[in-house]
Design a protein around this ligand. Structure first.
Ligand code: ITT
Length: 195
């Protein structure tokens, strides 16, 4: 049973394949002949993830799933959200993203935020979505060197470390991405007939 993971990040493919076991074989975009940039023009994370998965299904006819993630800050009405990767401008730069985020939050006492991941699965039988979120707060200064993106300023609820201060294994068991991937894998293992 083969399914395409619509990402160019081979680490993500490897990670999910490990969690899935060998009942399903994940294949890359390259291996199905998809070399173009996938469209991501929607204004929500779930819609962007669906757009990528639908694109692969419609152009290549291969069962497929895609993920999209971002940071949603309450006081900024959900920004940076779908624009998380290049919030501080292009080309993408984590330091610029964090600098703009902290500057936009300067006058706010509400520092609540969440990371969100949405995975969309598309097969000939339909479309399914799996979400993972983790609540936390945005600190005023960066702490820690690990992880990526907004990790140095995001402290998950119930922890006294930022994502960037946590060991990667710990982040990977509690993160928005881990929650969404777990839901997706549980669904897939019970519904292999949908592929
Ligand atoms: P793809 O090529 O797989 O799309 P990406 O960097 O765009 O990689 P995501 O769609 O998962 O990754 O996330 C978009 C942005 O949201 C990402 O560039 C970060 O700025 C931020 N982000 C997502 N997950 C994060 C995490 O776990 N920690 C910190 N920042 C995160």
């Amino acid at each position: 049973m083969k399914i395409c993971f619509a990402t160019n990040n081979t680490n993500k493919i490897y990670e999910v394949q490990n969690l899935l076991g060998d009942s399903v074989e994940l294949v890359s975009l390259e291996s199905i002949g998809c070399f173009e940039e996938l469209p991501e023009t929607q204004d929500t994370i779930p819609a962007n993830s669906a757009q990528k998965a639908q694109y692969v299904w419609q152009h290549f006819g291969v069962p497929c799933f895609a993920d999209d993630s971002g940071l949603e800050v309450e006081a900024l009405n959900g920004a940076p959200g779908v624009h998380s990767a290049y919030y501080g401008g292009l080309p993408r730069n984590n330091d610029n993203n964090i600098a703009l985020l902290l500057s936009n939050l300067e006058s706010h006492t509400n520092r609540n935020a969440q990371f969100r991941t949405c995975i969309t699965l598309v097969t000939k039988h339909g479309e399914w979505q799996f979400e993972g979120t983790i609540q936390g707060t945005i600190l005023s200064d960066k702490r820690g060197e690990k992880g990526f993106g907004y990790d140095p300023v995001f402290m998950p609820q119930g922890y006294d470390k930022t994502f960037a201060e946590m060991e990667i294994e710990q982040k990977n068991t509690i993160s928005h991405r881990a929650i969404a991937v777990k839901k997706f894998i549980e669904f897939l293992q019970k519904n292999l007939n949908l592929l």
